[in-house]
Design a protein around this ligand. Structure first.
Ligand SMILES: *Cc1c(COP(=O)(O)O)cnc(C)c1O
Length: 359
């Protein structure tokens, strides 16, 4: 399989600068507006900001370069989920989600889709490869899963979905399109919470959907416009700024995660150390690591002494830890999801060592 990651990231960086006229700003302008001049024969793409704005389109051009597919931006990852589900699912349709994926889509299915007559089955990632797919409209997975970091073979599942007449959607938040390209592996649609590593600075909520299926993207665009589920220009502009450093940020984050693995494993404090198995569908297993400390109190000491950001998010500049048991994930009380940041490696490892000594 040939990965086009580097070429696509190059295209992302050059999406604007390749087409500049003399005197243009090299950086995308931030265009804050809700309205456009509408003379007698208005430009249909410049009607009202609920349809599109120049800065949202500029961010989508960058995302499209990276996904090698048309992309639509949403004000959050869950905004993207809501648009995808409402574009694709109708009463009587069946949806498959993972029991061990990000939990909010399951709540959306229970609290919003079920009363609308859309039936959801939740299946553990370890069983999805053999799950019965008859009569299923959409299979929505994440890989690696979050927080268990299990890997699902996307190409094999896409083939099974298509044989059964189902569509496969992949939430690619954990690895980003720079490390894994589900559309190239046969997925019909890819979704990302750009709140995480894509924007990368822990200061935005955003999400996007990408697909090479033109009809599907048209439906999603209509839903986005009719439901007013579009990102603001400022957030879109901040995303562009974050995306331009995605490659260097991810390189350091993944290197830091790998550098910490021996320290975590050899400490004798961490129980199983979870890190995704290397798989040729991904360029890199990523920057998330799962560890299990003996008790909840041990996690509190570790986080405080190591100086990790105690947040329930990942993919930011600062190495962070989240005790997933507090969110009801099916894990031990001492389970932590570690998200490695861009700190210089040596002092980061020294801080982790101090933290482990305090466990
Ligand atoms: C955070 C996250 C989401 C939801 O994104 P928001 O921007 O918080 O709405 C969806 N999927 C995964 C895997 C996530 O980590």
């Amino acid at each position: 399989m040939t990965h086009e990651f580097d070429t696509r990231f190059f295209d992302l960086l050059h999406a604007r600068s390749a087409n500049l006229a003399p005197g243009d700003t090299v950086v995308d302008p931030l265009v804050m507006t809700s309205v456009f001049a509408l003379p007698d024969e208005p430009d249909p793409s410049r009607v009202y900001a609920r349809m599109a704005t120049p800065t949202v389109e500029a961010a989508e051009a960058r995302l499209s370069a990276l996904e090698a597919a048309p992309s639509l931006l949403f004000p959050s990852g869950m905004g993207a989920y809501a648009a995808l589900f409402t574009a694709l699912l109708r009463p009587g349709d069946r949806l498959i989600l993972l029991t061990d994926g990000y939990y909010t889509p399951r709540s959306l299915a229970t609290e919003v889709l079920a009363p609308m007559g859309i039936e959801t089955t939740c299946i553990p990632s370890g069983e999805i490869a053999d799950a019965p797919l008859d009569g299923v409209k959409l299979v929505m997975i994440e890989t690696p899963t979050n927080p268990g970091l299990d890997v699902i073979d996307i190409a094999a599942l896409a083939a099974r979905c298509h044989a059964a007449g189902a569509l496969l959607a992949v939430d690619n938040t954990v690895l980003t399109p720079l490390l894994q390209q589900p559309l190239d592996l046969g997925a019909d649609v890819v979704l990302s919470a750009d709140t995480k590593a894509m924007s990368g600075h822990s200061d935005l909520l955003l999400g996007h959907v990408a697909s090479r299926d033109e009809e599907l993207m048209k439906k999603i665009h209509t839903i986005r416009t009719l439901s007013g589920n579009i990102a603001g220009p400022f957030e879109a502009w901040m995303l562009i700024r974050g995306l331009e450093t995605l490659e260097v940020r991810l390189a350091r984050m993944c290197d830091n995660a790998r550098a910490a693995l021996p320290l975590l494993k050899d400490s004798g404090k961490c129980g199983d150390v979870l890190y995704p198995e290397a798989h040729d569908q991904a360029r890199d297993p990523g920057f998330l690591v799962g560890i299990t400390l003996p008790t909840k109190e041990a996690t509190d000491r570790f986080i405080a002494v190591a100086g990790l950001a105690p947040v329930t998010s990942f993919g930011g500049l600062h190495s962070a830890a989240d005790r997933r048991g507090r969110w009801g994930d099916d894990v031990d009380a001492g389970f932590l999801r570690l998200s490695f940041g861009v700190e210089p490696t040596k002092p980061l490892l020294a801080a982790l060592k101090k933290g482990l000594a305090a466990v």
